[in-house]
Design a binder for this molecule. Structure first.
Ligand code: ATP
Ligand code: MG
Length: 668
């Protein structure tokens, strides 16, 4: 433990009871977790399989596993769980599906699937158009994160909108169940409810988990808080680390109050504070500290660094957003040339995804390789979604969404009317679309030749499903071949190059399933492989797949926990940061925390940029510099380009002055 300071070491070695490490950015909280896992295995004799560590992203989980692997040699770490909350929840559901009343091979609905289902359920109620679907989805998600059941939601109704959401909520839950599906929030909610109602099941899990560690604790929501509480039980052996100043997910139900709650729930809770920052220069750290001092604080923290004063923070203002993006690109180019750095040493952080487009274009123009987190992911491509729908249906025939997506792709002459009739029938008889196809009574509601079309499809799927029990991979290959998807793609796509690419994606998917099956440590089934793939996809959409040498572009939210030598924070303007809705809702503190997160990602150099004018609704509008710039320690900043908007006369006068200087210098 050579690299730990005294306090960190104390946190690592304290294993006799509950521990909270509360500390500012870059103080080594995540490092403590990693080292502690190694310590538990090496020094305390715990088995890897008895330790569960929860981190915020898949990327963080992967990194942590890797680092622990380096610290421990041999089989000691085998069975160690390092995962996200959602992954942990999924594993619990997968093992306990019977108790939860699911059939094997349940589907996970991503945001889009869930939205489509809501849209369908709300069809009758749609009053304010599409927007209301999003509102309802958000409301239901909040309820779920707060463990509010559909009945309780009904009791809480305060206005028309709530009433609509509450009505939809219970229908939504019933339908998901009928589809043998769960949504993202259910991955936490269902285990928590199950553990509450089945103490025997909970006891089994508590028996298995001897120590639990949680990173980024300030961003846990109510249901995640409860899940941890249930799993650690009365043994109460856990370490959680967090920084209340970095709580940035209030809109997702995160409750920094959980830090306080913890103290009440565990009177024996030990608190360790870390104060030395190992990441950033003093100037960067001072900027972060001074800024966040404007927020009220429950826990006082003071952070210092020995990394030297460092460069001043540059605040560059450009004429408009084009020149802002251009400036960032050229800054990176020249800095890299001068300092012989890697592309991956640079990160561009922004508030909203839409801000990335222009930056991307400029980076491309200058041939700067970049990696955009949260761009169009592999799994959001149409052909991959189609193939995933086939696979989902294969492992869970009751997945109506999957059924609808591919029953007529490639074309099988199954038209909208047939599907409508099938849907009505399925609804009335409370069966899934797939199983409705088998019903003899279906012949009474539609012509036989249409029934036959449906049945020839389900017969084929049934055969595949039977085959998959013996040899999952063979069934997958058979599916691709017999569906004739390839020739369909070639028909659909005008260019063969594009078609080839699409088939390439499908082959890539098939290979991923194969390697997931091969990697699985337990008895591997196609269901597991597919469930895992779906979850990985959903989690990684916001994350990066490979860490090669590219400039990193990501939102401030996604930058949590990461660090880069050079950071650009763009769009430092009112309405962008702080975001307009936050200004309207008077939620400046959360925006300030977000800015704090951004600043503290930088190790050596921090550049902030803003545009003097920005196109909005087709007009060039003047912008106002972000209020957060005023809150920074001015002696640590240098402003560049702040006279861009001077009048032509002023510019002319300045030009004359400069010219005079030059003439004087020439000494004519
Ligand atoms: P954040 O709040 O941003 O998540 P953190 O508190 O989790 O930050 P880490 O990411 O663990 O901080 O550490 C920040 C940096 O400091 C890392 O590069 C880490 O390797 C380094 N570091 C941590 N502890 C020490 C130490 N004792 N000596 C030297 N370097 C350290
Ligand atoms: Mg961290």
């Amino acid at each position: 433990m050579a690299r730990l300071n005294e306090r960190q070491e104390e946190a690592v070695k304290y294993v006799s009871g509950p521990l909270l490490v509360l500390a500012g950015a870059g103080s080594g909280k995540t490092s403590v977790i990693t080292q502690k896992i190694a310590y538990l295995i090496r020094e305390c004799g715990l088995k890897g399989r008895n330790i569960v560590a929860v981190t915020f992203t898949n990327k963080a989980a992967r990194e942590m596993k890797e680092r622990v692997g380096k610290l421990i040699e041999g089989p000691g770490a085998r069975g160690l769980t390092v995962s996200t909350f959602h992954n942990l929840g999924m594993n619990i559901i997968r093992k306990e599906y019977k108790t939860l009343g699911f059939k094997p091979g349940f589907s996970i609905f991503d945001q889009q699937d869930a939205r489509a289902l809501l849209a369908e359920l709300m069809h009758k109620h749609l009053t304010d158009g599409e927007d209301s679907i999003d509102v309802v989805q958000h409301t239901i998600s909040n309820w779920k994160n707060d463990l509010v059941s559909p009945q309780q939601a009904m009791d809480r109704v305060r206005n028309e909108q709530d009433l609509l959401a509450a009505n939809v909520y219970s229908a939504y839950m019933r339908t998901l169940k009928a589809y043998n599906a769960v949504d993202f929030d259910d991955l936490i909610l269902l285990p928590v409810q199950m553990f509450r109602d089945h103490p025997d099941v909970l006891a089994r899990w508590q028996e298995k988990i001897h120590y639990m560690l949680v990173d980024e604790y300030q961003d846990t929501n109510s249901s995640q808080y409860l899940l941890v509480k249930q799993l650690v039980g009365t043994r109460a052996k856990f370490t959680v680390v967090g920084d209340d100043d970095q709580s940035i997910y209030a809109w997702r139900g995160a409750r920094p109050e959980n830090l306080i709650q913890l103290n009440e729930d565990y009177p024996a809770l030990k608190l360790v504070k870390l104060e030395q920052n190992y990441r950033s220069t003093s100037r960067i750290l001072r900027a972060a500290n001074v800024l966040i001092a404007n927020n009220p604080h429950v826990f006082e923290k003071s952070l210092w660094s020995q990394m030297g004063e460092g460069d001043e923070i540059r605040v560059i203002r450009t004429r408009n957003e084009d020149s802002e993006a251009e400036r960032v690109a050229t800054e990176i180019l020249t800095h890299r040339l001068r300092h012989d750095t890697h592309w991956r040493d640079y990160a561009i952080l922004y508030r909203g995804n839409f801000q990335s487009r222009l930056l991307e274009m400029k980076l491309q123009e200058h041939q700067i390789p970049y990696k955009l987190s949260g761009g169009q992911s592999f799994f959001s491509r149409a052909e991959v979604k189609d193939m995933m729908a086939y696979l989902r249906l294969l492992v869970n025939p009751d997945d109506d969404n999957a059924f609808l997506r591919i029953v007529n792709v490639p074309r099988r002459e199954i038209g909208a009317t047939t599907l409508e009739k099938l849907g009505t029938y399925a609804n009335e008889h409370h069966v899934s679309l797939y199983s409705a196809c088998h019903d003899a009574a279906l012949e009474e509601v539609m012509e036989m030749r249409y029934v036959e079309k449906l049945r020839s499809f389900t017969r084929w799927m049934d055969t595949l499903s039977r085959n998959s029990e013996h040899d999952p991979m063979k069934a997958v290959h058979q599916l691709v071949a017999e569906s004739d998807y390839e020739s369909w793609i070639y028909q659909q796509t005008k260019s063969d190059v594009v078609a080839e690419k699409r088939m390439g994606n499908i082959n890539f998917l098939v290979n991923s399933i194969q390697s997931t099956l091969e990697r699985a440590d337990e008895e591997a089934s196609l269901e597991d492989a597919i469930t895992r793939l779906i979850l990985r996809d959903m989690m990684e959409r916001q994350e990066e797949e490979e860490d090669d040498d590219r400039v990193q572009m990501l939102t401030l939210h996604a930058s949590k926990g990461l660090e880069y030598p050079n950071v650009f924070m763009v769009g430092m303007e009112e309405d962008l940061l702080p975001h307009r809705t936050s200004i309207e809702e008077d939620n400046i503190e959360e925006e300030r925390r977000l800015t704090y997160v951004g600043i503290t990602r930088a190790r050596e150099r921090l550049v902030m940029t803003l545009a003097a004018t920005r196109r909005q609704y087709g007009e060039n509008l003047d912008t106002t510099p972000s209020r957060f710039l005023d809150e920074l320690p001015q002696e640590d900043l240098v402003y560049e380009g702040w006279d861009q908007r001077s009048t032509p006369e002023q510019r002319y006068a300045r030009g004359q002055e400069a010219l005079n200087d030059i003439l004087k210098g020439l000494d004519l």
